[in-house]
Design a protein around this ligand. Structure first.
Ligand code: ATP
Length: 452
């Protein structure tokens, strides 16, 4: 659950963009904006636009590739968002999943008791600007809904607060149907909902968000080994996305921070413009979840080792990533303002080419060249995410692509018909080279593959 957000200032090493620069870029260029904007927005909910959904899908596809497809010891699932309500009693969420909440009796402001420093003065009291806080009380963060036509206690259900619980419910079915032996894992990506008291920092703390979670089931004697394995794997994932050491760190939980069932936990943190914050948690959850679901469902979820005949409840090592936080970190990490030799400034998103929402922009030098350029774009679309643009001067069109992170711009000019070549301009170096049109697809595929 929500630990206090650090406001630790960014270190000197690399300049980070301001959060408002990212928020404004995201809205202007169609990555992310507030949900229900035309009604004034709804706090804690976000919409991903045409470029945002591509970025997010690419992030999820890469995660799935690394965590599920490239391994023979991990299976994927896609479970329902609403589970049997007993699930959340067994998991401890009904009882424990809460944050301390206080109200100001004067101005009615409602905030988390551990975030009082950020609230500002009370606008409603005479002679003082101090708030008149009530004592803290626990506020359960799960969102409720009703299932079926009956509106009584028996029909109350919860929108899941984490995606992993259904992995535990499906453990036996997956193990048997996929014929897996321990150690093995189950992964899923999906929506989760938390009625956060103070959603903030753009998509960082939302009420509806996506998680990508892996639960890896191991023998009790192998917990440390697999914890270290998954921590290393997940760090490697973020490094490959271009997160350097001055923006990525591991923060082991102090013993007093650990969830009551956890033996060990480490946060993978990114240095956001608002300080170091968690993007993923690696947790040793022990046998808490399977044990509790066995108890509450009456179904035995222990296993028998085929060779040793030992019977035990597996231990669980979890890697729990936030998709939205991962994408926000990507955007913050990629954004740069650069002074160019001609004195102009350009904004550029240095996204990993494989994750860029647009991989190739096709830009005819003049409108007269539209016909062959449209045909080229159509051919490239079968393999890449392509954007076609023939309006405005070429410099401005390059800038527009730099700003959304397009790694390659392909320009057709008046020579192209004669020499059978196009110009490929690379985002980061801004270098241009002539490439034969009939080898273009292979050239781009090779460049994208090399960026993996
Ligand atoms: P925090 O302490 O920041 O609230 P948490 O420790 O409660 O996070 P977990 O329950 O471990 O988070 O969830 C795993 C991941 O899900 C987090 O690392 C984060 O990336 C993501 N996540 C959790 N809560 C939110 C939220 N309200 N909005 C967006 N992402 C979230």
């Amino acid at each position: 659950m929500a630990a206090e957000e650090s406001t630790g200032a960014a270190s000197e090493a690399a300049p980070l963009p301001r959060l408002d620069e990212i928020v404004s870029l995201c809205a202007r260029r169609g990555f992310i904006w507030q949900s229900s904007e035309i009604y004034g927005g709804i706090n804690g909910f976000w919409d991903y636009g045409p470029l945002g959904v591509e970025l997010k899908n690419n992030w999820k596809a890469l995660w799935w590739q690394r965590v599920v497809r490239e391994r023979d010891d991990v299976e994927g699932i896609d479970s329902s968002i609403i589970a049997h309500p007993r699930t959340w009693e067994a998991s401890g969420h009904v009882e424990h999943f809460s944050d301390p909440l206080v109200d100001c009796r004067a101005c009615k402001k409602r905030v988390r008791a551990d975030q009082l420093d950020d609230v500002g003065p009370c606008p409603a009291r005479q002679g003082t600007s101090e708030h008149d806080w009530t004592p803290a009380r626990n506020f359960n963060l799960m969102l409720r809904t009703q299932v079926g036509a009956q509106e009584d206690a028996a029909s109350t259900a919860f929108l899941r607060a984490e995606t992993c619980q259904s992995i535990f419910l499906d453990f036996k079915r997956v193990r048997e149907s996929a014929r897996q032996k321990l150690p093995f894992g189950i992964a899923q990506i999906g929506k989760a909902f938390r009625n956060e008291i103070n959603p903030r920092n753009f998509t960082f703390r939302s009420r509806e968000f996506e998680q990508a979670e892996l639960e890896f089931f191991v023998h009790p004697g192998e917990r440390e080994k697999w914890f270290a394995h998954w921590l290393a794997q997940r760090l490697e994932f973020y490094r490959a996305l271009g997160f350097q050491d001055d923006r990525l760190r591991v923060r082991p939980h102090r013993p007093d921070e650990l969830a009551h069932y956890a033996r060990a936990a480490s946060d993978i943190e990114f240095r956001f413009p608002f300080g170091w914050q968690e993007i993923e948690g690696i947790h040793d959850r022990g046998d808490w979840d399977l044990h509790r679901h066995s108890e509450y469902s009456g179904k035995d979820l222990s296993i028998t080792d085929e060779d040793s005949k030992e019977r035990y409840t597996p231990m669980v090592i979890e890697a729990s990533a936030g998709v939205d936080r991962g994408c926000l970190a990507l955007l913050c990490n990629a954004y740069a303002e650069e002074k160019l030799p001609d004195g102009e400034t350009r904004s550029v998103l240095r996204l990993p080419p494989l994750l860029a929402p647009i991989q190739v922009a096709v830009l005819p030098l003049a409108k007269k060249l539209a016909e062959p350029a449209i045909a080229l774009a159509a051919a490239l679309r079968q393999r890449f995410a392509v954007f076609y643009d023939d309006s405005g001067n070429i410099g401005r069109r390059y800038r527009r692509q730099d700003e959304v992170g397009t790694p390659f711009c392909v320009t057709i000019d008046f020579e192209s018909a004669a020499d059978g070549k196009v110009t490929v301009r690379e985002r980061d170096s801004m270098e241009q080279q002539r490439v034969p049109t009939d080898g273009l697809r292979a050239f781009l595929a090779d460049r994208l593959e090399r960026s993996r």
